[in-house]
Design a protein around this ligand. Structure first.
Ligand code: AMP
Length: 115
């Protein structure tokens, strides 16, 4: 039984393995299991926020921290040509895991508009 936890909470709790590339007291970053680019890392807060639609004013610094970490990981992954950060939100946004996460995508040119 998962105990109602999302897959990402189970990764935070080390109940499910992941290729973790960064961790601090506020967040965890690990490689996406189904990568859509040569570099595809998910940056997630340890705080259980279901989606961007449910962030509170008190989460402002945390959200900024996630972006700073994403940029640091881009540097570490040598994405000097650029990269894309994506937050899917809700059904129309294509969100499939109900734990807020940033996708860091790089290593190839990205297209616009997204599908
Ligand atoms: P989203 O569709 O924005 O909710 O993104 C969820 C992402 O989580 C997808 O890109 C999945 O490939 C990824 N994902 C789901 N389960 C795992 C897992 N166990 N380890 C790593 N990535 C996962």
């Amino acid at each position: 039984m998962s105990g109602g936890k999302t897959i990402f909470k189970r990764i935070i709790d080390r109940e499910v393995p992941a290729d973790i590339v960064y961790e601090d007291d506020q967040c965890l970053a690990f490689r996406d299991i189904n990568p859509q680019a040569p570099t595809h890392i998910l940056v997630i807060p340890k705080k259980e926020i279901p989606s961007l639609a449910e962030v509170q004013q008190e989460d402002e610094a945390l959200l900024g921290h996630l972006l700073v970490v994403a940029n640091q990981l881009a540097g570490r992954c040598q994405l000097a040509e650029g990269y894309r950060v994506v937050i899917n939100c809700g059904r129309h946004g294509g969100q499939s895991v109900d734990h807020l996460h940033l996708h860091l995508l790089g290593g190839r040119p990205m297209h616009w508009p997204p599908g």
